[in-house]
Design a protein around this ligand. Structure first.
Ligand code: PLP
Length: 405
């Protein structure tokens, strides 16, 4: 891949921060957006803006076709069997809330158990906790080992006749660990239990094949995969989606409405109440084309090179370096602390040198607790990052570590 050429599509990377060339290493939180995707947003607003599914006029039909075209594109991208199984949401968070509220709200009863893992993002914990307080379900938690992999022996031991659901991430936003989702799903299915996979961190780096995984639900966000903010996808197997009640009520999701009786639209619209971000959805199409034109495996290979290079230099050149998550095959995410220095101080000082990293608990407080820390610094890579970025990061990191140390 010609990274210099790729970078030309990201004017934001030319920004100076406190007089320094920006080095953007906060890709796990959100990736930057290439011109081709931004152009799709601009085109959406300047040439085809009209509400979808409601009009017979040309603009509305074009806008609808753009949205439904993205649905077909997503179906291929994740290898779903039907576009009826592709639901547009605001993001991963809304997708998980949809499943917890609709599936859990309808089918769980007091004492039922849901299995999560300790490495989950809050958005795959709190929606289930809402059911804990509303219905009285119990949450069981898969722990991790010393390198940050799920302990699958404990996972297998957590199943009982009360287990109703499993919800785990495909890749951790802190440790970078890529979980063996096929194995996790197969185990749950041997107990007759459905599985949701939070793919927020997998979609930008890994090939997604919901049919191969046999996932019951799969969720991801466009903004982490070079796409627009405010758009996400929930994949769900038809058999579950048909059984599940609507999540929200409103326009688009109905067939007929009267004060006596309302009937709901067919899939996938039953779960898409209200006007969606149809411009963003159209731009997601471009983001998927962009990733697939580059090749998801080429993107991952490039990021991996940066990961290995930077990890090695961090361990060799920064005294007191501690990296959290060292599982083989991890995504290009490095969470770390240096000695006893506070993550926030490090992040602030790195920013003054033009380096954008994230600090804090990364919406994974239970994981921080398990790691015995309050927060960490996280550097993460995307396709447009270069070895030069890694070198600038290392120079800044060594300077900050020396200043604080
Ligand atoms: N799940 C994981 C693993 C994440 O990393 C994130 C965001 O960082 C989310 C869920 C939530 O995604 P969003 O805020 O796009 O809904």
């Amino acid at each position: 891949m010609d990274i210099a050429k790729i970078r030309e599509e990201y004017p934001i990377l030319q920004r100076k921060i406190y007089g320094h060339q920006l080095v953007y290493l906060d890709n796990t939180a959100t990736s930057q957006t290439p011109d081709c995707v931004v152009d799709a947003v601009v085109r959406g607003y300047t040439t085809t803006k009209a509400n979808v599914h409601r009009g017979v006029h040309t603009l509305s039909m074009e806008a609808t076709e753009l949205q439904e075209g993205t649905r077909r594109r997503v179906k291929e991208f994740i290898n779903a069997s039907s576009t009826d199984e592709v639901i547009f949401t605001r993001g991963t968070t809304e997708a998980i809330n949809l499943v917890a509220a609709s599936y859990g709200g309808a089918f769980f009863k007091e004492g039922d158990e849901v299995i999560l893992s300790v490495m989950e993002h809050h958005s795959n914990i709190v929606p289930w906790q809402l059911l804990e307080s509303r219905i009285g379900i119990k949450i069981r938690v898969i722990p991790i080992n010393s390198v940050g992999e799920l302990d699958l022996d404990v996972y297998r031991s957590l199943f009982s006749e009360k287990t109703r659901f499993v919800s785990v991430c495909h890749a951790s936003n802190v440790l970078g660990t890529v979980n063996p989702v096929k194995e996790i799903v197969a185990e749950a299915h041997s107990h007759g239990v459905p599985v949701l996979i939070d793919g927020a961190q997998a979609a930008p780096h890994l090939k997604i094949d919901v049919t191969d995984f046999d996932a019951d639900f799969y969720a991801f966000s466009a903004h982490k995969m070079y796409g627009p903010a405010g758009v996400g996808v929930l994949y769900g197997k038809r058999k579950w989606l048909e059984m599940m009640p609507p999540y929200q009520g409103g326009g688009e999701m109905i067939e007929t409405v009267s004060f006596e009786r309302t009937t709901f639209a067919a899939l996938p619209y039953k779960f898409e109440a209200g006007t969606p971000d149809f411009v963003g959805i159209a731009a997601l199409h471009k983001a998927i084309d962009y990733m697939e034109n580059l090749g998801v495996e080429n993107i991952a290979a490039h990021e991996h090179e940066l990961l290995e290079y930077t990890t090695r230099r961090m361990m060799e050149e920064v005294p007191g370096m501690r990296i959290f998550g060292t599982a083989p095959g991890k995504c290009a995410i490095i969470s770390f602390l240096v000695g006893n220095e506070h993550h926030y101080d490090m992040g602030m000082l790195l920013d003054k040198l033009g380096i954008a990293v994230r600090t804090g608990h990364h919406c994974a407080q239970p994981l921080m607790h398990a790691l015995g820390v309050e927060g960490v610094v996280r550097a993460s890579f995307a396709v447009y990052n270069t070895i030069d970025d890694c070198d600038r990061f290392m120079t800044a990191l060594k300077r900050v570590a020396a200043m604080l140390g």
